[in-house]
Design a protein around this ligand. Structure first.
Ligand SMILES: [Zn+2]
Length: 205
């Protein structure tokens, strides 16, 4: 592989992926070299399609095909209408909750938390959440941000901004370990956190 530019480049790119260093990247590239038609060909097409067609929704933050037109009242990716929105920080959180089958409803992916985006709150999809609640016949907003200081600060901020809408706001139960990121929780913990979620509207402070 010495001085083969294409191979070096591919190893460099693959070793940027999570959990992969140069060594495992080399192993992957070896596998690719030996399977040009079986793996590289369909993979090249899949990556090109992905790059062209998958975007982040500017309203709800989920990854969707460009052909789906989301609106404030309707998320086209889902085939049903719901009256709940679960607010998470990142796509990985959404995937964890989805795979646990605990919840059925809309998602709202903020794209981080208030601290991670610094002063620039506009990077988080906070305004569009408010619009979705106002226009979308939403009965409940479930705050499923991490049990970190940043996650809880974000939840508090959202709770405050939703006060004028009269929507029911709940937060995942205390069962979450402190510092717990949603994506790292096992299904059992997630289940009880959802089931025992706390109603925040009764707090009048
Ligand atoms: Zn959307």
């Amino acid at each position: 592989m010495q001085n083969v530019k294409e191979i070096e480049e591919l190893i460099k790119i693959i070793s940027k992926l999570p959990g992969l260093g140069p060594k495992s990247a080399k192993r992957i590239v070896l596998k690719l070299i030996n399977n040009k038609d079986e793996i590289i060909k369909p993979m090249t097409k899949a990556l090109a399609d992905f790059y062209k067609n998958i975007v982040r929704c500017k309203i709800c933050g989920i990854s969707k095909s460009v052909s789906f037109e989301c609106s404030y009242t309707n998320c086209q990716v889902l085939d049903k209408k719901y009256d709940k929105i679960c607010v998470v920080e990142n796509i990985s959180d959404q995937w964890s909750i989805e795979s646990s089958s605990i919840y059925s409803g809309y998602y709202h992916i903020l794209g981080g938390n208030i601290s991670s985006v610094g002063q620039n709150k506009d990077n988080l999809l906070l305004d569009s959440l408010l619009e979705r609640v106002k226009r979308g016949k939403i009965e409940e907003v479930i705050l499923a941000t991490s049990a970190t200081v940043e996650g809880q600060t974000t939840a508090y901020y959202i709770q405050e901004s939703l006060k004028k809408t009269n929507v029911k706001v709940t937060r995942l139960a205390q069962g979450l370990p402190v510092g717990g990121e949603i994506e790292n929780l096992d299904d059992g913990t997630l289940f009880s956190a959802f089931k025992n979620r706390l109603n925040l509207n009764s707090n009048s402070d």
